[in-house]
Design a protein around this ligand. Structure first.
Ligand code: NPG
Length: 364
């Protein structure tokens, strides 16, 4: 375990990082990541984390200005007061960021890597890539071709009503052996069950979050009507919900994101449950900088992660990552071995991308 360290300041910093390629989902398009970076500081401590909340509340209820506010006004004061489990409802991405920053400080102080702390069994994880809705089949085929040539081990295609069977059929016919999956981000209803059943002929690894976040019964009904395994992402907000979804047959695969479930401790509980139940698991992504990626890559090295995650190299997202870039090596990303997250923001990139810094003094 990691020992407690004294934390006297929490820095809430906003950085703007333009994405190399605009990322379009059923909920809109991201062109710039407006990232909230949490840094905790003490006389002998420093820890970092990234809050994955998106800029607007269109994909999740949580969004970056809200996460910033709840950290400033509630989570950091509760932490300063020594409250173990703050009485804040919701805001999982904000809670996760503070939890991870403190853990990073503790692990750095103890000269211990996150990978060692988690007890991971692998030194590298297979890289997967998620491709947004492009609206053009030739452009999509070009993108798949390029990324497969780079070494990506699995490709995920975003789908929505009007952009589904045709692009998936085109990719499958060009790449018959590719590990391929789709993600609808909740853009269908159960009324589309027959249409979604059309995906069954493409040998997909899974179909992710076809229906609304709260529609467990609908996903269970759809799972009975499709051969393609149903995976849940947005629905899985806690270990309790994960166990329930699995129990009800609403999914046979789980996408795990630390931010979505409110922290690493909860994520590990979900991992352990899926592993015990033999449920396939993979690590999702939220277009993270190197800080969030280091966390994801370490987590995904746990033995219960049975499928490649949305874990891509830094250059797929950013011209210049906040940290030393993650690079593909034989289609894999290396698990950082240094203390804590094993990566830190590069001062010059941090300075050039910072829009604001707010420092909270915990001693007052
Ligand atoms: O490689 O980090 C990545 C992107 C993975 O598709 C991805 N993320 O629904 O999981 C998602 C999606 C997403 C990210 C959606 C950011 C909205 C914002």
């Amino acid at each position: 375990m990691s020992a407690r360290v004294a934390i006297t300041h929490v820095e809430l910093r906003r950085v703007h990082l333009p994405l190399v390629t605009p990322f379009r989902t059923a909920h809109g398009v991201e062109t710039v990541r407006d990232v909230l970076i949490v840094r905790v500081l003490g006389p002998d401590a420093e820890g970092w984390a990234e809050c994955v909340a998106p800029a607007e509340p269109t994909y999740t209820a949580e969004y970056v200005d809200g996460a910033h506010d709840v950290l400033r006004r509630f989570l950091v004061p509760a932490f300063a007061a020594g409250e173990a489990a703050p009485v804040v409802k919701g805001h999982p991405m904000a809670r996760a960021a503070l939890e991870v920053a403190v853990l990073d400080a503790e692990l750095r102080a103890a000269d211990r890597s996150l990978a060692a702390h988690l007890g991971v069994t692998r030194a590298r994880v297979p890289a997967g890539i998620a491709l947004g809705i492009s609206g053009s089949v030739p452009a999509l085929l070009d993108a798949v071709e390029r990324h497969v040539a780079e070494g990506y081990r699995r490709v995920k295609l975003k789908i929505e009503p009007g952009w589904d069977l045709v692009p998936v059929a085109a990719v499958r016919s060009r790449f018959p052996d590719l590990a391929l999956q789709v993600d609808a981000n909740g853009s269908y209803t159960l009324a589309a069950a027959d249409h979604l059943g059309g995906l069954d002929e493409f040998g997909l690894l899974l179909c992710e979050q076809p229906l609304a976040d709260d529609d467990l019964a609908g996903h269970a009904a759809l799972a009975r009507r499709m051969h393609t395994p149903i995976c849940l992402d947005e629905t899985i907000t806690s270990a309790t919900v994960a166990a329930d979804a699995i129990e009800r047959g609403a999914c046979s695969v789980v996408n795990l994101k630390v931010g979505r479930v409110g922290g690493l401790a909860e994520a590990v509980r979900i991992h352990d449950h899926c592993r015990a139940r033999g449920v396939a698991l993979w690590c999702g992504g939220m277009l993270e900088t190197g800080l969030g990626r280091a966390l994801n890559v370490a987590l995904a090295a746990l033995p219960g992660f049975t499928l490649p995650g949305d874990l891509s190299a830094s250059d797929r997202y950013f011209h210049e990552d906040l940290t030393e870039p993650f690079v593909l090596d034989d289609g894999h990303l290396a698990v950082p071995a240094g203390p804590g997250l094993g990566v830190s923001p590069r001062p010059e990139v941090l300075a050039a991308t910072t829009r604001s810094v707010e420092t909270l003094d915990l001693r007052r």
